[in-house]
Design a protein around this ligand. Structure first.
Ligand SMILES: C=C1C[C@]23C[C@@]1(O)CC[C@H]2[C@@]12CCC[C@@](C)(C(=O)O1)[C@H]2[C@@H]3C(=O)O
Ligand SMILES: O=C(O)CCC(=O)C(=O)O
Ligand SMILES: [Fe+2]
Length: 370
């Protein structure tokens, strides 16, 4: 599937009052949303059922490998994050987005900034605006960021920061367990390598909160535009309202992901690291008339300037399929891909016979170190 080719001249960065909207204006109307059929991805949907991995399963590494190769997405069970904590996260997020525009806009993302309130970075590559608000935060800057919204650092501020920090702490334990499974699935035996990967990813976690308000005419608009996540992998916590759809080929279709589950998405840099064995998935979010929906994407990847190249274990006796890239550089490649209608992964792929200009692509530690 090719990416949209129009780079927006006007990213519609002004505040839009979703609560007051009685219809979907032209600025938020998307064409061609239903070119492909929508199928249910729930348990029991046969080949359309989104794979499930249970962290408690002794064969979980094999299940992770299968799901990452065939889907690039799976539902995670046995993760141990209490549903009561997820409910508190959702309630505190609601308290931020319920604030008046003037207060939220104090934290508005500035041009080129990785954090802040407002639409996510890819929004600016599309000519239309999505039916959503967003807030990008990292655990490291959480309190400083939220002081922009709540300068008095009162109860709402403390409750929000405390619950997000608790969520982050609990997610790190899940990151640890899942990384062990990914490395086992890839045949990377080094415990030291695993420890280093988890440590660097933990330092660079980015959380993107998506807030999808109720919509009076949901079929005409989109909550989040089609994209692949660009890092290593993303955990997606979503409320008990459906909205996430995965794009699948043969036949081309949208698969609706069951609500409520914790989802794992493989990102583009992981596709590169695994030499194309694990695949990133195109996905989007739709909105609905009845309920507001919340999701928190917990993005994991390397430090921005660390080099990522196919792992020796993944290349085996073959050739690296991708050249070495940093995440920072990949963002620029993706921007160009959106502008030209190309594919960012294609743009960093090596044609057969090409040599990786950054060395042999063999040492798994140096490949993700700065
Ligand atoms: C770490 C990141 C991944 C992300 C870009 C970002 O710097 C922070 C926001 C993330 C997000 C969330 C919504 C979809 C997405 C494509 C976007 O535009 O912003 C992802 C980015 C990504 O995966 O590249
Ligand atoms: O809200 C969703 O279900 C999708 C969110 C997402 O894909 C993202 O934030 O990267
Ligand atoms: Fe995503």
């Amino acid at each position: 599937m090719s990416a949209p080719s129009q780079l927006s001249k006007d990213p519609h960065n002004d505040y839009f009052d979703f609560g007051a909207a009685r219809q979907v204006p032209e600025t938020h109307t998307w064409e061609g949303l239903y070119e492909h059929p929508l199928v249910d991805g729930g348990v029991g949907a046969a080949e359309d059922a989104v794979p499930v991995v249970d962290l408690r399963d002794p064969h979980a590494a094999e299940a992770v490998a299968r799901a990452s190769e065939q889907w690039g997405t799976f539902l995670l069970e046995g993760h141990g994050i209490p549903s009561e904590l997820l409910a508190r996260v959702e309630a505190r997020i609601a308290s931020v987005f319920a604030l008046p525009a003037s207060e939220k806009m104090r934290a508005a993302r500035q041009d080129g900034q990785s954090h802040g309130y407002g639409l996510p970075p890819i929004a600016s590559y599309f000519p239309k605006t999505t039916w959503s608000e967003g807030y990008t935060l990292s655990p490291a800057n959480l309190r400083a960021e939220l002081r922009k919204i709540w300068p008095d650092a009162g109860g709402d501020y403390r409750h929000f920061c405390d619950v997000m920090e608790e969520f982050h702490r609990q997610m790190l334990a899940v990151v640890d367990k899942l990384t062990v499974l990914f490395l086992a699935a890839l045949g990377v035996a080094s415990v030291e390598a695993g420890r280093k990967i988890v440590e660097t990813m933990s330092e660079t976690v980015t959380m993107h909160i998506n807030w999808y308000p109720k919509c009076p005419d949901p079929k005409r608009t989109l909550g989040l535009a089609i994209h692949t996540d660009s890092g290593f992998f993303t955990f997606l916590m979503q409320s008990h309202v459906s909205g996430l759809q995965l794009f699948r080929h043969e036949p081309d279709r949208w698969v609706g992901v069951p609500p409520g589950a914790l989802i794992v998405n493989i990102g583009d840099l992981f596709q590169i690291l695994t030499n194309g064995r694990f695949r990133s998935t195109y996905h989007r979010a739709v909105v609905n008339r009845e309920s507001t929906r919340v999701s928190v994407a917990y993005h994991l990847g390397p430090p921005a300037d660390a080099k990522v190249a196919p792992l020796r274990e993944a290349v085996g006796g073959g050739k690296p399929a991708y050249r070495t890239v940093t995440w920072r550089e990949y963002f620029l490649v993706r921007k160009e891909a959106f502008t030209t209608g190309g594919s960012a992964l294609q743009m960093v792929s090596l044609s057969p016979g090409d040599h990786d200009d950054d060395g042999d692509g063999a040492d798994q530690i140096s490949e993700i170190s700065s």
